[in-house]
Design a protein around this ligand. Structure first.
Ligand SMILES: NC(=O)c1ccc[n+]([C@@H]2O[C@H](COP(=O)([O-])OP(=O)(O)OC[C@H]3O[C@@H](n4cnc5c(N)ncnc54)[C@H](OP(=O)(O)O)[C@@H]3O)[C@@H](O)[C@H]2O)c1
Length: 267
């Protein structure tokens, strides 16, 4: 399927690694011109060198800072880059403990994952609406919004907030042809995950997923890329869950017998 991305201008925030890096790779493979963004130019350049990618440009800013965001928006304005596709794949590394996190850390994680991306998105919607060519903004949420999942004090709250925010911004941006939506990953093997997960943890986490495995960054990026493309043009104001079936199946497992695997019921 041609995703109709050739020669379109895209911006990927958090492109240095993980899901954002895979989105960069896939958008570029589809022929889009991809400007990559993050808070450290060196990690973006290292990713470009390691993966043989050539970005259309670099935009270095701290998404946790309102002033830095406004400066980035001004830079895009001055450059006249007609960004039509925006992906925000950002979070601080590590866990956010319900007991040990102080309010400063709590706020910083919320600003990095939700408030900053939210402010950046609404500023971009203004630019995109003024340009009149439509476009799409895809934020990364996460299934920690759906329940108590370990130490996800800020992450869980930020994900819930993003799921709501995309509805709000989509309703305001829709009349200008700009779509806003989120993708919510289940446990996905990215450098953030590999930093802490042992083989035993991977096996235990895989076992509770109906597909009996974790997601890959490439699988998540494929969904993001499709939804950001004109081919996903009628998906708007919603969060698309990509978790191997975990959140729809897991809640009953403690009290109900699991359905038999298909092989057991076939002749
Ligand atoms: N992986 C999972 O299992 C999973 C599950 C659910 C949800 N998610 C969500 O999916 C998204 C991507 O996850 P991931 O695992 O691919 O993340 P990741 O590998 O940790 O990448 C995070 C990216 O954010 C950038 N970044 C961090 N702080 C920033 C700041 N202040 N300003 C600008 N950029 C900043 C990082 O840049 P540097 O490399 O330069 O630090 C990096 O490019 C996140 O929102 C995450 O919460 C992931």
């Amino acid at each position: 399927m041609d995703l109709e991305l050739r020669d379109r201008h895209a911006l990927v925030v958090g492109a240095s690694r993980g899901i954002g890096l895979e989105v960069w790779r896939q958008l570029a493979a589809e022929g889009a011109h991809v400007t990559v963004a993050g808070h450290r130019r060196e990690t973006l350049e290292a990713a470009a060198a390691e993966h043989g990618l050539t970005p259309a440009g670099y935009l270095v800013f701290d998404i946790a800072s309102e002033a830095s965001i406004d400066d980035a928006i001004a830079q895009l304005d001055e450059a006249g880059t007609p960004v039509e596709i925006v992906v925000l794949s950002v979070a601080r590394p590590g866990f956010d403990s319900i007991w040990s996190f102080d309010v400063t850390e709590w706020e910083l994680n919320m600003r990095t994952k939700y408030i900053g991306p939210g402010h950046f998105s609404r500023q971009l919607v203004r630019q995109m609406a003024a340009r009149g060519n439509g476009g799409a903004i895809v934020m990364l949420s996460g299934i920690a919004s759906t329940g108590a999942m370990g130490d996800t004090l800020a992450t869980g709250g930020a994900n819930s907030a993003i799921d709501n925010f995309v509805k709000l911004l989509a309703s305001a941006a829709g009349p200008y042809g700009v779509r806003v939506l989120a993708v919510s990953p289940g446990t996905t093997v990215t450098p953030r995950f590999e930093q802490w997960a042992s083989d035993e943890t991977v096996a235990a986490m895989s076992e509770i997923v109906p597909l009996r495995r974790l997601g890959s960054a490439a699988e998540l990026a494929s969904v993001v890329t499709f939804l950001a493309s004109p081919r996903g043009g009628y998906v708007n104001g919603t969060t698309v869950v990509v978790d191997g079936g975990l959140t729809t199946a897991a809640r009953y497992r403690a009290v109900a017998p699991e359905p038999e695997p298909a092989a057991a019921v076939q002749p």
